[in-house]
Design a protein around this ligand. Sequence first.
Ligand code: ATP
Ligand code: MG
Length: 644
Amino acid sequence: MNKIEQLTQANTAFLTKDLNPAQQEAVTLPVEGHALILAGAGSGKTKVLTHRIAWLILHHNIAPSAICSVTFTNKAANEMKTRLHTLMQQELPGLWCGTFHGINHRFLRIHYEHAKLSKTFQIMDSDDQLSLIRRIMRDLQIDPKINPPKTAANFINSHKDQGLRAYTLSAQNNWEALQLEVYHRYELLCNQSNLVDFAEILLRSYEALKENLELLKQYQGRFSHLLIDEFQDTNTLQYKWIKLLNGTLGNTFIVGDDDQSIYGWRGAKIENIQSFNKEFSKYKPVTEVCLEQNYRSTKPILSCANQLIAKNEDRLGKNLWTNIEGGEAVKIYAAVNGHNEADFVIKEIEHALENNMPGNHIAILYRSNAQSRLFEESLLKNKIPYTIYGGVRFFERAEIKDLLAYLRLVINPDDNAAFLRIINTPPRGIGNKTLETITQIANDEEVSYWQSAQKIKHPSLEKFIALITQWQKEIQKKEVEQQLDYLYKQSELISHYEKESKEKAEIREENIQELIIAAREYEDGNELISHAILEAGEQPVKTNHQAHECVQLMTLHSSKGLEFPLVFMVGMEDGLFPTTRSLDAEHKITEERRLAYVGMTRAREQLFLTFAGYRQLYGNQFSSFPVSRFIRDLPEEYIEIVEI
Ligand code: ATP
Ligand code: MG
């Protein structure tokens, strides 16, 4: 090694010095070529990916703007940005790091013309999507009781996730014909309204790249390095997007774990891992690296997780071990009922807090959002601060969506979803009949509801149109927070809420004020609205405590990639977890088992599994489920039954 080489190495030694040989190999792979890092939970995949980015920049002088790094949740993306910042001690201008949605949304805002959108296009969340579909079904005289709008939404989304537009499909039976008719009409309406749903964000970007050779070349030239975390959960379209963007010259670095694939129900294709080597090695060599040492969990926790996942067939197979000595057995608690389960968990949490464990080192994980209520009540009663991810989230509250819909309509009057939301909120005497005439004209003339409404003689409607038009002018020179404040007052939402319920109106008022304050951080209305929709699913409900004090409550799905010293997996019952609807098919149980594996491997020091003899679900209905098969499968020597 010459002196210059030594110097370069000294500069970057800190990036590899704490890594094991396999991790080092992955981080320091040649700059040209693809890599597949297939490894078990807690083996440092995300760490390796972050260090690889730093290595490319520092050792190979790759510009940050030539790197695009994709992870699955906003939380994980933020975590990655923070880690990179800590590693590099500086900002990385031009680096794209985010979720598939986030990155492609950014792309669409820049290249809206290539994507055949207008500049003010809006994103629509799943609620908006459902109301639009409901409206379409009413127009087509489809009975929602026989053909639920939700099924139609799934039909549309799952086809978009595969990159399939309505015009590319042909119906094989009456049911498909009907779904397809809705899909066609839906696409038409979205285009007229300048609206994109979640799946559309990626599909639009993909098509924009595919259909504009110049643009594609520009991006293929720009991003020489594409890095993907949690690759096992990519769906067909995401995989196509990676291949397209990578082209023949790019370098792709993917990390994943087939045992943690938990989005099969949403179209994730585990086969993507299996075909990666074959497809990508056409242009450049693919190096596979296995990481086998787990740095996260103690032996009892890891042994339980390993034995559980071993029950699944068709695994790529990994041998995961840990050096972390000792550790307590995995504790199992059989509660009498749901209340008793919550009390037990909260007592254990109090105990940990007394021993100076910070609140955010503790997580309660459950299969579905509805399970959080009992734990919330008990935490409140005991005055323990907590943050809950999911449930009715801030940006999903009715008042927030109402006010944002006003902003949306003022910015983009063709936004049909926003139009539907506020046309009669507060009530202004525009009834269903008028609305039907509006949609009728919109359908016949292929225009937006807003444009159609202009053609109707109706005093209340005319007044509404005049107001919106006036507000458009009024808000032009205002900052986003002033725009919101103005619209809130002008729209008379306050008195509307007060009429509905005096008590609730107070909370609504508080939330609106919070939104207005939050708006200060945004450049313009578009940015705020997009953020509200894209991050809605992960925005914690606001609490008045410091983040590190709060116990973390979330579903097993959203715990992916995270780690906590103390973890409670609750509701471990056959019928809750695995869910009743998964019990009829082996492949569904297999996916539930992977979810259990994800949950268990979040724990670093202590893991509790709890279940209840009976519980009250969905109102007053009593249910009694047997203990989960995932508990029955655990090795005796590493578990301990808690007696109290
Ligand atoms: P998951 O499959 O859950 O996403 P992962 O494989 O991405 O896990 P990381 O989150 O990167 O794993 O790492 C797990 C933990 O182990 C982290 O706390 C990380 O800092 C630590 N870790 C990883 N590698 C090492 C190492 N070589 N030395 C010390 N700690 C390590
Ligand atoms: Mg990870």
